[in-house]
Design a protein around this ligand. Structure first.
Ligand code: FMN
Length: 173
């Protein structure tokens, strides 16, 4: 079987950390979100929710909280955020949410859109101020944030990929 567009998108996907101001189209965003919802989930529980942060004031409040805690913007100035939340009381919330994240990152790559997994939102939402913010976003307490996907157009192509580890794949015979 020859290499195909899906494999090429997987191999080319990178984490982008510099974004232009250009917004991605609603059509592209919807395709990326749809790809996320078609991720597999344990027992088909579909435990994840893709929370698209479309309110500028709320998005900037999250960024401000992050800057206050970490001393820099961990979202790299990006404007499109998808918080992948998953219900803590389901079988595999982290795995289910992670599958959504990866589907969306590969879908974004296939559309020429840059993305990066940002991990700090669950930590932020566990602070006193963060709990209030989480509530103001309408996110239920039992939902954890598995990851946040930032999306946009890349200013710069990242330097690596780093070489793959020698023992990444092992055949057990
Ligand atoms: C679970 C997870 C958490 C990550 N968290 C962050 C993060 O908070 N900030 C960031 O810049 N990149 C984050 N990344 C991206 C990784 O740093 C990146 O995938 C890795 O360096 C390999 O680079 P590549 O994605 O370009 O191949 C995360 C990736 C994963 C899978």
């Amino acid at each position: 079987m020859a290499i195909n567009d899906t494999i090429i998108s997987i191999l080319n996907r990178r984490s982008y950390r510099e974004y232009t101001d250009k917004a991605i189209s609603e059509q592209d965003l919807n395709l990326i979100l749809q790809a996320g919802t078609y991720a597999p989930s344990a027992k088909n529980q579909q435990s994840a929710q893709l929370l698209v942060l479309k309110n500028d004031i709320k998005r900037e409040a999250l960024r401000t909280l992050a800057v206050k805690k970490f001393g820099h913007d961990p979202f790299y100035g990006a404007k499109e955020f998808v918080l992948v939340a998953a219900n803590k009381n389901t079988m595999c919330p982290i795995q289910d949410g992670s599958c959504c994240m990866e589907n969306m990152m590969v879908a974004a790559e296939s559309l020429g859109i840059a993305s990066c997994w940002i991990n700090c939102v669950e930590e932020l939402f566990n602070t006193e101020e963060g709990k209030e913010l989480k509530k103001s976003f309408g996110i239920e307490e039992e939902m954890m944030i598995v990851g946040t996907l930032i999306l946009g157009y890349a200013k710069n192509y990242p330097e690596y990929p780093k070489p793959r580890k020698a023992q990444y794949v092992r055949f057990i015979k």
